[in-house]
Design a protein. Structure first.
Length: 554
């Protein structure tokens, strides 16, 4: 039983640190429809398309792209771009194709420096590769439309309210009117495409909106523990994160009541929300370093002289829960805490609530840690007392093991009688740990994903709670860069905690438990300092609680 407890503690610890992403992340629901799209379509920007009879079998994903419907226009006519300024962002929309050429977030910077560049959410440069390109002909190769905007610049302020830009174009005999309406509040804007058929014959249309994206950030926060890539939300199955492994297999296709689709990393998202009711298709494909996502409406017939509108809400900005909730349309689900969402969201709310008063997220993390510790204080107290009582019984248990070493059944019976006599639960020390695991996972996800901690300072050398703590000493230490002071303090506190924890006297258990502080210290070196701070404060509170129990049970 002693060895079992030690082994259980080690296993649970490693599940917390390494097994989470594989054991506790919400599994992806089975796609309603998932297939490889027709191989005969040509690559983006190409001037030719392959026919089913002559197309060679592609060997890689990049050789059979699904975005084959838009290409650079063959003429060199000048395009008029539109620059939009709001209190939250600065954007430039291309007149050639209508894609967004630049989208700078004014309240976020790429790096944690006052002079760093603003956060740029557009990483592509070619006109036919820009996000937010619309085409009425998704099933045939067409050039980019050349838009004529009614203005080339627009500044939206709070006193002016909502303002609009209208861009007109003609494509294959179809008139396109694009109206974008901007608000001074937030990171979203509305976009409506009006398609008019001026001819005397009906015309078949297949409206689609394209996004080509690359990772917004290459910082340390964007790593194997955090998802980055195309994502969508359906009314029936919730959030679908299209992992890189699936994209490597080939184009991915989804159909149904798709409420929004986009591209995200840990802190930012570029999303499109269709506002006209319809069953839609989303296609996603990796092409080189980019990921192309297509939001398609069903094929329709536009009668002679007819008109049809397609309306979208577009969001390019931070994955901050309060902002996404204001946008509505379930966009807040982009902040995905997995199985422990019901615990994580109240925890994030508490973190932000405390920040309003203390104005420091490091201090808010300390207060949240204290609150959670107090919440579980009674059951932790009971577990620690159980371990202390087990320690006192070790001499009696050792005698029973020696006396009945040849009769395991009798030995177990006598040990159970001993436990009942002294009212000791042999697994009482492990149960509090099991109860607290869901709360730890919830807090772990919050500290890992909350954009509130990005570039948030704490004190002294800790200037970014989303990055590992490093104290610069003037020289570059290999692998580390600086000294991980907070991580070392965390490891020291864990070592002291293990020394104070009641031991059953089993040498194997003692060796295993004393190895944990060293193992944890090495693993936490690359963790965000906000998570390390939580663990350090939690260790200090556990030491205090153990000290109080030791005094009570002497």
């Amino acid at each position: 039983m002693d060895l079992y407890r030690a082994f259980l503690a080690v296993v649970l610890s490693f599940i917390v640190l390494f097994g989470y992403q594989y054991l506790f992340v919400k599994p992806q629901p089975k796609q309603a429809v998932e297939q490889t799209v027709r191989e005969e379509r040509s690559a983006p920007g190409s001037t030719q398309s392959s026919s089913p009879a002559t197309a060679a079998a592609p060997k890689t994903v990049a050789e059979k792209p699904i975005i084959s419907t838009v290409k650079e226009a063959a003429n060199d006519l000048p395009a008029k771009d539109v620059a939009v300024e709001t209190p939250y962002y600065s954007a430039v929309f291309s007149g050639r194709g209508g894609g967004v050429k630049s989208f700078l977030l004014k309240k976020y910077r790429r790096e944690n420096r006052a002079d760093a560049d603003l956060m740029q959410l557009v990483k592509t440069s070619q006109s036919h590769e820009l996000p937010l390109i619309f085409t009425p002909f998704a099933h045939s190769s067409t050039p980019l439309p050349l838009y004529d905007p009614d203005r080339e610049s627009l500044e939206v302020t709070q006193k002016d309210g909502k303002q609009s830009v209208t861009m007109k174009a003609e494509l294959n005999g179809l008139r396109i009117i694009r109206t974008m309406t901007f608000d001074a509040e937030g990171y979203s804007f509305d976009m409506t495409y009006t398609l008019h058929n001026p001819s005397s014959q009906a015309m078949e249309i297949a409206p689609a909106l394209y996004q080509t994206n690359q990772p917004f950030s290459q910082t340390k926060a964007f790593n194997r523990y955090q998802f980055g890539g195309p994502v969508l939300y359906t009314a029936d199955e919730g959030v679908k994160e299209i992992k890189a492994k699936k994209l490597a297999e080939g184009p991915q296709l989804f159909q149904g009541d798709i409420q929004w689709t986009g591209y995200e990393d840990n802190y930012f998202i570029s999303a499109v929300i269709p506002l006209t009711e319809s069953s839609r298709t989303v296609k996603a494909q990796a092409v080189g370093k980019s990921v192309i996502t297509v939001l398609e409406d069903p094929v329709a017939v536009l009668p002679a002289g007819g008109e049809k509108k397609f309306t979208y809400k577009v969001y390019l900005g931070p994955k901050k829960l309060s902002i996404l909730e204001a946008v509505n349309h379930n966009l807040s689900k982009a902040v995905n805490f997995g199985w422990f969402d019901m615990l994580a969201r109240p925890t994030l709310w508490l973190l932000n609530f405390l920040y309003k008063y203390v104005k420091n997220y490091g201090v808010a993390i300390i207060l949240v840690t204290i609150f959670i510790k107090l919440l579980f204080w009674p059951i932790t107290q009971k577990g620690m007392k159980s371990m202390k009582n087990m320690q006192k019984l070790q001499p009696k248990i050792a005698k029973l093991k020696e006396k009945y070493k040849d009769d395991p059944t009798r030995m177990n019976q006598e040990m159970m009688t001993l436990y009942k006599t002294y009212k000791v639960n042999p697994v009482g020390g492990c149960l509090p740990m099991l109860v607290q695991i869901p709360v730890f996972f919830a807090l772990y996800k919050v500290l890992l994903q909350a954009i509130e901690l990005r570039h948030a300072p704490f004190m002294l050398w800790i200037t970014d709670l989303s990055a590992p703590d490093r104290l610069p000493i003037g020289i570059d230490i290999p692998y580390l860069g600086g000294i991980p002071v907070l991580t070392l303090l965390m490891g020291g506190s864990m070592f002291l905690q293990q020394k104070m924890t009641p031991s059953t006297g089993d040498p194997t258990q003692q060796k295993i438990m004393m190895m944990l502080p060293v193992v944890f210290t090495f693993m936490f070196i690359k963790f965000a300092s906000g998570l390390v701070l939580y663990w350090f404060i939690n260790n200090l509170l556990s030491i205090l609680q153990q000290q109080l129990i030791n005094r009570q049970t002497r």
